[in-house]
Design a protein around this ligand. Structure first.
Ligand code: ADP
Ligand code: MG
Length: 578
């Protein structure tokens, strides 16, 4: 990971900065390259065009001896990730609070893309195999107007920056035990998730977990006396082993069909959201460090207005008005039910092992058609096979479990293997009671399936057409950026990812955008199916790491799952399938 290029002494950098002081901004180009600052190496990869542009991209390399991490702190990949995330947060926090404005625009700014509550493999801070550290960040080279402020640049690059690194990237920058907690918590979460399969579970929520968030726009844990920590119902209690925290007791959600029921505002969606995020590890203190979900669990929701390209939604929807073929369903404006059906089939196409759905974000007619509607609107006039009639097949035939928040329709009691009730934020196991209710109050509804699920899905082979995946603007230049938290601008298209709930950080969205570019340049050849394209992209990332994306040394990328990459590809409005 260390730069191979020639490394020049710091004094030379100082001389350049003094020489270009007061000159026009483009003279900053002279500081590109590698510089030895005492015991660190600074690499300036890219110099911004002016003080108002996105700040310049730079990296710092710290030797193993300087950072001085005890070897056992880094004895597994998950430990390393936990420590990397901790270092990045510290660097970013100190950078934000200590850097001061040194002129126009973003002069003097140091900025690192810090991880949020989730611990994702990222490029901001990496620990090398030898134990050294590489930090990637942006720095606003100082200017007044467009005139270089050389003295300020000297102070920024030769003093403030090394000091910041020293205060946030060394073992001794931290209280004893701090880094270890982050390493061990992350390793334990990994072990819990790995333990799910053997225990026959889709998810696990430890006793004491804090699921509610600070607010709808703040992902930090809720605090205060109102918080009800999670406690497992005795009948669903399981114990899983962790390497550092010993045995952990909590609620296991078994394979099959699980319902989360309960009154409005009693914590159902909060539980499901924690399960959605449980495919990722969380930082210590998050409250969800010991909430883990099978890595293949995918949140499915309705998203009317999205585009769909050649998806076989016929297991759920057939005989649309105008005789549209739902085995190759395409639209630029999906309805609630067709969008949810498409999302589900797309998730299965790339290997989802479990589905998570919330009534709050589902299309009612996709979820259920009750007895009275069956009588009033005969099957011939209704294109939808509701999810309730497929959910058991999904598990029995395809091994795909479902966890559903369903406070509004008791019809689902007939198909549930496990029923969890939330009341005053407390979970109880009401499976037995739900069975009794289902017996006492038969709904009389008929299962209406035109054809079995398994056979219907096999026909699906979607091959993206290369020309439909062009990241070029009208003028023929590559145009790729992330707008807001969840929109990718890809050539002339905008991909809306707001409904992709398991895309959890800006840096993930940014990495997905670069992966789309990589797919269009290196992978999509007209022969591969969507699943093969996704496999190939993920394999490239496994082989080459995240630096296969972007400029090759970007600090603002983090790892995403195959499902979220497929979700972005499938939402590209220009996508055509052969
Ligand atoms: P539901 O989906 O059952 O209608 P929600 O999950 O949306 O309910 O939760 C309703 C409110 O209760 C939310 O504001 C949420 O933050 C809060 N809440 C959820 N779980 C807890 C908990 N364990 N302790 C305290 N507040 C909680
Ligand atoms: Mg809800």
């Amino acid at each position: 990971m260390h730069p191979h290029t020639h490394i020049a002494p710091a004094e030379q950098l100082r001389e350049i900065l003094r020489r270009i002081d007061g000159r026009s901004y483009k003279a900053y180009q002279d500081i590109r390259g590698s510089w030895q600052l005492d015991d660190m190496t600074l690499v300036v990869d890219h110099v911004q065009g002016d003080p108002f542009a996105a700040p310049s991209r730079a990296r710092l390399f710290l030797s193993p001896g300087l950072v001085d991490f005890p070897p056992d702190l880094l004895s597994s990949p998950s430990r390393i990730l936990g420590v990397e995330a901790r270092l990045a947060r510290e660097f970013a926090r100190r950078a934000a609070s200590t850097t001061r404005k040194m002129g126009s625009g973003r002069s003097g700014e140091i900025q690192m893309e810090a991880p949020g509550q989730e611990v994702l493999e990222g490029t901001a801070v990496r620990i090398a195999a030898d134990g050294g550290v590489e930090a990637r960040f942006r720095v606003g080279l100082p200017a007044r107007g467009r005139r270089i402020q050389g003295r300020q640049a000297e102070e920024l690059l030769l003093e403030a920056l090394p000091l910041l690194a020293r205060n946030s990237l060394l073992a001794r920058s931290f209280e004893p035990g701090d880094l270890r907690l982050h390493a061990e918590t992350n390793e334990d979460a990994e072990a819990l998730r790995t333990g799910l399969a053997d225990a026959g579970l889709v998810a696990f929520v430890a006793d004491g977990a804090v699921l509610p968030r600070s607010s709808g726009i703040d992902d930090r844990p809720m605090e205060g006396s109102a918080v009800v920590p999670f406690r497992a119902p005795e009948t669903l209690r399981t114990t899983l082993a962790t390497p550092n925290g010993g045995p952990v007791s909590g609620m296991g959600i078994p394979h099959g069909v699980t319902l989360i029921v309960g009154g409005g505002f009693h914590g159902k969606s909060t539980l499901l959201r924690a399960l959605e995020r449980g495919v990722y590890n969380h930082r210590p203190g998050d409250g969800r460090e010991r909430v883990v979900t099978a890595p293949g669990a995918v949140k499915i929701r309705a998203e009317d207005g999205r585009s769909v390209a050649g998806v076989n939604i016929s297991p759920f929807i057939d005989t649309l008005p105008g005789d549209r073929d739902t085995r190759r369903f395409s639209t630029s404006d999906a309805s609630g039910s067709t969008s949810q059906a498409a999302a589900l089939v797309e998730a299965l196409e790339v290997g989802a092992s479990a589905l998570l759905m919330d009534e709050d974000t589902s299309a009612t007619n996709f979820m259920i058609r009750d007895r009275r509607m069956q009588v009033l609107v005969p099957r011939e006039g209704e294109p939808i096979t509701p999810f309730i009639d497929r959910v058991c097949e999904l598990h029995d035939e395809l091994g795909v479990s479902s966890v559903l928040v369903m406070g509004g329709s008791g019809d689902y009691l007939d198909v549930a293997d496990t029923v969890i009730a939330m009341r005053d934020y407390r979970a109880s196991d009401v499976t037995e009671r739900a069975r009794a209710v289902a017996m006492e109050h038969p709904t009389g509804r008929l299962r209406e399936i035109p054809h079995p699920l398994a056979g219907a899905l096999d026909e699906e082979l979607r091959r993206p057409i290369p020309e439909s995946l062009r990241p070029t603007s009208r003028r023929g230049r590559i145009k790729l950026k992330v707008r807001g938290d969840d929109e990718i601008v890809f050539g002339t298209e905008a991909i809306d990812l707001a409904a992709v709930d398991q895309l959890v950080s800006w840096s993930q969205t940014r990495a997905v955008s670069e992966a789309l570019l990589l797919a269009s340049s290196r992978v999509v050849d007209g022969h591969g199916t969507v699943a093969q394209v996704v496999d190939r992209v993920m394999a490239i990332l496994d082989e080459e790491g995240l630096d296969a994306l972007g400029h090759g040394h970007d600090g603002d990328l983090s790892r995403f799952r195959r499902y979220e990459f497929a979700a972005a590809l499938n939402r590209l409005r220009s996508l055509r399938i052969s």
